[in-house]
Unconditional design. Structure first.
Lengths: 275, 189
């Protein structure tokens, strides 16, 4: 039997080094187990049998790199993923945020935008959308391009509708989008206050002050050191008593920044910046 | 077998009673960590850890958080809607990438990661199920020198998954659930 495509830990470091030096993307502090799996997956898709072939392509072909970066990063997302989280936002976080004249929310690592659209729908239902500004950032320009279009595959809408209902939504979910052929487009009125921009959590800095930062299932791809740096970035990006939302299995417990936050909803991982 | 550091159990349709029986059969003070990867629904509230805990007489069973350190005498249940991977420093990394064999968590992903991190000190057990998940993972376990066990398809409620793994690997050990349980006892030595 042919040996499966593989990349050794040493070769992986060389690829990381090459990508940093030649293209400026820093994967040095990404968690190795998932990064290695992603790189192997890219090699399989591209037909690179050895690490040498991968490095050769990355060195000599910019278009290959553009494809590589899109395939390497995880671009999986859902609308109203973890309905319990959205229910908590709806019932306990948004009412507190309603007192701000302008509400600024940062979705860090927004992928193709599904969670931002979910947030916009929640804000609309809470009567807050008109005074909210949603900043949605990702390191992958191709993701942002898709997110700006507001298009979601129609085949997922059944599941998203079920998520929405479980999150406490009572409207007709289909009133938020128009279905055509294979796709659903989220109505423009729910997207007009969203600003999409590239931002790399590994290398970029604070750019605004927010009442809520959502960064769900992004930090899992980072090692602890980078997680600590990003948590400090979030802490510096939050207004006093601002909220931080992480993924359901992401914990501040392992972070050096834990003392700067208090736990608001332990089950759905919502934290609040201390004064 | 001596020097076992980790036992990974993968199951799908029809595997829960066997998983529960195997957890009950774990030797007292077992000196390794146990990972359980089950195919299950996402976006619904699950009490799988409670179900397994109640059957596992005082075992510490839980869904780990990302970056949690792996300890012996613990049972780690792969959380819904995440792949579970192991880092070289023996901490847990969760991953939300595409499903594998329509499954997240995927058994292949965890088994392959355990093979990388634990090599010859890993035991992987594949139980009843209705798809092909786990076959590649067991291959990785065998390649790295670990022990790969497959539930005898004749004893499985859904034989497709164990049979796929047997077809894919010559070097798997085929055992009935009772024999898997007695094998677990030898790991205490």
């Amino acid at each position: 039997m042919i040996a499966p495509i593989h990349i050794s830990a040493e070769d992986l470091e060389e690829v990381v080094h090459l990508v940093r030096r030649q293209y400026g993307y820093d994967f040095g502090d990404y968690a190795r187990a998932s990064l290695q799996r992603r790189v192997i997956r890219c090699m399989q898709k591209a037909g690179c049998l050895t690490a040498f072939e991968l490095k050769y392509q990355l060195t000599n072909d910019d278009r290959f790199f553009a494809w590589f970066i899109e395939s390497l990063t995880v671009n999986v997302t859902e609308m109203f993923r973890d309905p319990a989280f959205y229910k908590e936002l709806r019932n306990n976080v948004l009412p507190k945020l309603a007192s701000y004249p302008i509400l600024k929310i940062w979705h860090a690592g927004c992928s193709t935008g599904e969670e931002v659209f979910s947030m916009a729908i929640l804000l609309h239902e809470a009567g807050l959308l008109n005074r909210a500004r949603l900043y949605a950032t990702d390191l992958n320009p191709a993701n942002l391009e898709r997110a700006r279009q507001g298009i979601v595959p129609l085949q997922n809408m059944k599941e998203y509708t079920s998520n929405y209902i479980q999150s406490g939504g009572t409207n007709d979910f289909s009133s938020y989008y128009t279905a055509r052929y294979e796709n659903a487009i989220i109505h423009k009125e729910y997207r007009k206050n969203i600003v999409f921009a590239t931002h790399n959590l590994a290398t970029d800095q604070v750019f605004n002050e927010f009442q809520l930062v959502c960064c769900r299932n992004v930090l899992i791809y980072f090692n602890r050191e980078l997680q600590n740096r990003v948590m400090t970035l979030f802490s510096n990006s939050l207004a006093p008593l601002g909220y931080l939302a992480l993924g359901m299995k992401e914990s501040l417990l392992f972070s050096e920044a834990r003392d700067q936050f208090e736990v608001v909803s332990p089950a759905v991982r919502i934290y609040r910046s201390k004064l | 077998m001596t020097g076992c550091k980790v036992v990974a159990i993968g199951g799908s349709a029809g595997s829960i009673p066997v998983v529960a029986a195997l957890l009950q059969a774990l030797p007292a003070n077992f000196p390794f960590a146990v990972f359980v990867v089950l195919h299950r629904l996402k976006n619904v509230t699950s009490s799988m850890d409670t179900i397994l805990t109640s059957k596992g007489r005082g075992l510490v069973i839980g869904e780990p958080d990302d970056k949690e350190a792996i300890l012996a005498q613990r049972v780690y249940l792969a959380p819904q809607n995440y792949h579970l991977l192991i880092e070289a420093d023996r901490t847990i990394s969760l991953d939300y990438s595409e499903p594998v064999h329509y499954s997240r968590p995927s058994i292949d992903v965890t088994f392959e990661s355990i093979a990388m991190a634990y090599a010859g000190s890993a035991v992987a057990i594949l139980l009843s199920g209705a798809n092909q998940d786990g076959a590649d993972g067991l291959l990785a376990i065998v390649r790295q020198g670990g022990v790969a066990i497959v539930q005898d398809p004749a004893t499985a409620e859904y034989p497709v998954m164990p049979q796929a793994a047997i077809n894919r690997n010559k070097n798997v050990v085929i055992l009935t659930p009772e024999h898997i349980a007695s094998f677990l006892h030898t790991l205490n030595d």
